[in-house]
Design a protein around this ligand. Structure first.
Ligand SMILES: [Zn+2]
Length: 360
């Protein structure tokens, strides 16, 4: 039985760990065979044998910036169905993630399965806290546009809450509210956009639009908000003040691992779904840290077969809070994300791999 067929938050550690290890070892072998650039990185780090890996910590990983520096794919040219790009914050060169039909399909299936846990099975009317041209400019198709498009098929009656100049489109919002205030709705946006151009603008204009049953999912870092001393608690309270009965869920994910996202439960804990996992490593030594200790997040996912992105060291900090015992009742590891690594840590991290890659 494959993990991908499992419900997102139903497996205990003892059920999940051996299957996850088995599937990730198989993926490592698959990519080593199919992607010569990946095989070179592995051999530069020493002779990795899948029989050596007895737990997740022993699996090899790539760093996220490596996808900006190299073309890493495990499929031939004519199998490329879509290329996802993300510029990130460290430079202007985008990551390039190559998808074939199978990987793209798997990503959508898993995304739906995870999101249904939070939204229910019915497609809800969807209010998007962004402006419509974010998805129209194909040439500069941003991570934001891709995120919105990726989630749009979970909703219906898509309504953009902002004008192109980032001001509130009050007519659209009021029409949406009038029509759907009493029914379950889905709101989505990037954390900073929702806060700055949505909630703060509503607050400044003293506009209250009470919805009876809304789920607001938002993703993106807290860094800009923390600089303004806006905590998750303040964010959620403000959202409820302006928009009524809302359950608010932040989620963590990246273009390098689309599909297997980590959604925060009602206790604010980001949950690993059955298809993905998290390790935390100490910058420099790169040893795996015990629960509660903060370090660099490594993300593992069983989804990518078209590119070697199943085990990635991110540039984000975080710490694992526990496993299988979150008060919300969902199983799996749960964690918090603590923003980007300091520049010097990030440099140390990419140096490690540049040297490894350079000695091939
Ligand atoms: Zn929880």
């Amino acid at each position: 039985m494959n993990l991908i067929e499992q419900p997102p938050y139903g497996l205990s550690h003892n059920e999940k760990a051996p299957r996850l290890l088995h599937e990730l070892k198989a993926l490592t072998e698959h990519h080593r065979q199919a992607c010569p650039a990946y095989a070179r990185v592995l051999s530069a780090e020493g002779q990795w044998e899948s029989s050596d890996a007895n737990d997740l910590a022993q699996l090899p990983w790539l760093t996220v910036p490596l996808f900006k520096q190299r073309e890493l794919r495990s499929i031939p040219d004519d199998a490329v169905f879509k290329v996802l790009t993300s510029s990130g914050t460290t430079g202007s060169v985008p990551s390039r993630i190559f998808l074939d039909n199978d990987t793209a399909k798997r990503q959508s299936q898993v995304l739906v399965r995870i999101m249904q846990e939070w939204l229910g099975k019915q497609r809800r009317p969807m209010l998007i806290w962004d402006h419509p041209s974010v998805i129209q400019n194909r040439a500069s198709f941003s991570a934001r546009g891709a995120g919105i498009q990726g989630l749009s098929f979970l909703g219906r009656h898509h309504t953009y809450a902002l004008h192109d100049d980032m001001t509130l489109n009050l007519e659209a919002i009021r029409t949406f509210h009038k029509r759907f205030a009493g029914t379950p709705v889905f709101m989505f946006g990037f954390t900073f956009m929702v806060w700055r151009y949505g909630l703060q603008a509503l607050q400044a204009q003293e506009i209250h639009l009470p919805f009876e049953d809304a789920v607001l999912l938002h993703s993106g870092g807290w860094k800009k908000l923390e600089a303004e001393a806006v905590s998750a608690r303040i964010f959620n309270e403000t959202a409820r003040n302006q928009l009524g009965n809302l359950s608010v869920h932040n989620f963590y994910g990246m273009v390098e691992q689309v599909g297997s996202i980590f959604v925060a439960c009602e206790h604010g804990h980001l949950h690993c779904p059955s298809y993905a996992d998290i390790l935390v490593r100490e910058p420099g030594s790169w040893r795996v840290l015990p629960h509660q200790q903060a370090g660099v997040l490594q993300v593992l996912s069983v989804l990518p077969t078209s590119y070697p992105g199943h085990s990635l060291l991110t540039e984000d900090r975080g710490r694992i809070l526990g496993e299988d015992d979150c008060p919300c009742g969902r199983t799996g590891k749960y964690f918090e994300a603590l923003g980007r690594m300091a520049k010097v840590e990030a440099r140390g991290c990419s140096d490690t791999f540049e040297n490894a890659g350079g000695s091939q």
